[in-house]
Design a binder for this molecule. Structure first.
Ligand code: E4P
Length: 216
């Protein structure tokens, strides 16, 4: 499973990139506005220059024609940009047009297996089931990830599954076990994935023991 960072925070992306485990970034309009960033184009271009892998940037208009035009524009911002299109009927039409133009699409706000199948058939490069938001309404978000992975495998669909709306490190464990190709995680969760109190205790103990015998 690959790891993407789910943030528009440039410092976090730079920090994450240094760890050598982040192979892409996903943003959305809420994440961008949280940073108070006025120039959307500049922000996405900067992220694309930090991370060589896929960087998802979402369309922020409605209607088929408007989404197609904005998606085409976003696709010119950088060679590694991926356009996020919502999992709606309009979105599906947009995805099928963009796929024919070889524009990479991440179908976002995916909450059902049917949406995922249709997104893949329309030619989306990625589909993003939102695990945390399904959990929030009493569903099992990770079951959806498993189902999509299984069905895509069964029908040999090449669309990759991004486990999104990840809220805690256990979601990452479950996404890996479910066979998600990618988990897109907030920076805090990335740090939590690596942290273990026994590692910290072990490091301290090893250094203390070493200092006891090593010449000053
Ligand atoms: C993914 O591409 C989305 O940006 C993100 O995972 C949404 O997460 P949230 O449900 O925590 O807002």
């Amino acid at each position: 499973m690959r790891i993407f960072l789910d943030t528009a925070n440039i410092d976090q992306i730079r920090q994450g990139a240094k760890l050598g485990v982040v192979s892409g970034v996903t943003t959305n309009p809420s994440l961008v506005s949280k940073e108070g960033l006025a120039d959307y184009t500049a922000v996405v271009k900067e992220i694309c220059s930090i991370v060589p892998g896929p960087v998802s940037a979402e369309v922020v208009v409605e209607g088929v024609q408007a989404m197609i035009e904005q998606a085409r524009e976003i696709a010119t911002w950088a060679p590694n940009v991926v356009v996020k299109i919502p999992a709606t009927a309009d979105g599906l039409e947009v995805i099928s047009v963009l796929a024919k133009e070889d524009i990479k699409v991440n179908m976002t706000l995916c909450f059902s297996l049917n949406q995922a199948i249709l997104g893949a058939l329309a030619g989306a490069t990625y589909v993003s089931p939102f695990v945390g938001r399904l959990d929030d309404i009493g569903h099992d978000g990770m079951e959806l990830v498993k189902d999509i992975v299984d069905v895509f495998k069964h029908y040999q669909l090449s669309t990759e599954v991004i486990a999104a709306s990840i809220r805690h490190p256990e979601h990452c464990v479950a996404a890996a076990k479910a066979g998600a190709h990618i988990a897109t995680v907030p920076y805090k969760v990335l740090m939590q994935m690596m942290h273990h109190p026994l590692t910290d205790i072990g490091v301290t103990r090893f250094l203390t023991d070493w200092q006891r015998v090593s010449p000053q």
